[in-house]
Design a protein. Sequence first.
Length: 311
Amino acid sequence: MEKISVIVPCLNEQEVLPLFYKETKKVLEEMKNVCFEYIFIDDGSCDNTLILLKELSLKDPSVHFLSFSRNFGKEAAMYAGLKRATGKYSVIIDADLQHPPHLIKEMYRILKEEGYDSVATRRVNRVGEPKIRSFFAHLFYKFMRKMSKIEVVDGEMDFRMMSKKMVESILSMEEYNRFSKGIFSFVGFRTKWIEQENVKRVAGNTKWSFFKLLQYSLEGIVSFSTKPLLWVAFLGFLLCLVSVGMGIYIVIQSFILKNVVSSLCFFSFLFLMISGMQLFGLGILSFYFSKMYLETKKRPLYIVKETDEDA
């Protein structure tokens, strides 16, 4: 029988875990000639998530879990789950049921019958989401496509099923600063997209604040594009040209046309403008250097505190 590894990152999901397990178990039992393993990753939860996972693992031998020593982030959790997976296919799914479990059956059918290496989902709308958040999400995907050579699909979600060969390719990329949406695209392989309506959480609160999403977006841009560095250099060159032009204008006005120029006001404005652009450029450079710094330290993506095998 072919095995499917169901990878579930968890952060304070005590309210949704029983519902998630019940719904997925129902779907998985309908699939014949296939066996499953659950791999839950407790990403440093501070509620009863780990206790529930321990109870599930004792009740169901197909349930396995990894518990991090602290919160390392969803990217680390997904990587840890893929690394632990032993199935011929691996599916990443959130525990909040915003990723409909019934799609697992369709994903598996497509991989088996249509010859794809990956089946991924994308949201066709953002109903129920704040408009400002939706606006910036669309802006990010558009910006990302223009800035990098990889194809990031608008509305792309982490919910996807992949072949073992694709999973091995993803695991071979051991970089510390991970942006999985970019990595999925970078490794290639044939991917089919399934469109779905936006689904609200069944319980609990989202772990993604606006500022966390903004930080995640910046990390994605820095991980797969060097264009911001070129833009800073280009802006610096333009500012030099503007400064030279303004200097020539002052010389003409003061020495040729004999007009009085308010130099204090003019140079104050020019100084503030150039200083601001320099600080902006240094900020972008510092962001890149900070990522390089973390990569050179070779720190682990995560630290496991305990697993179901320790019981």
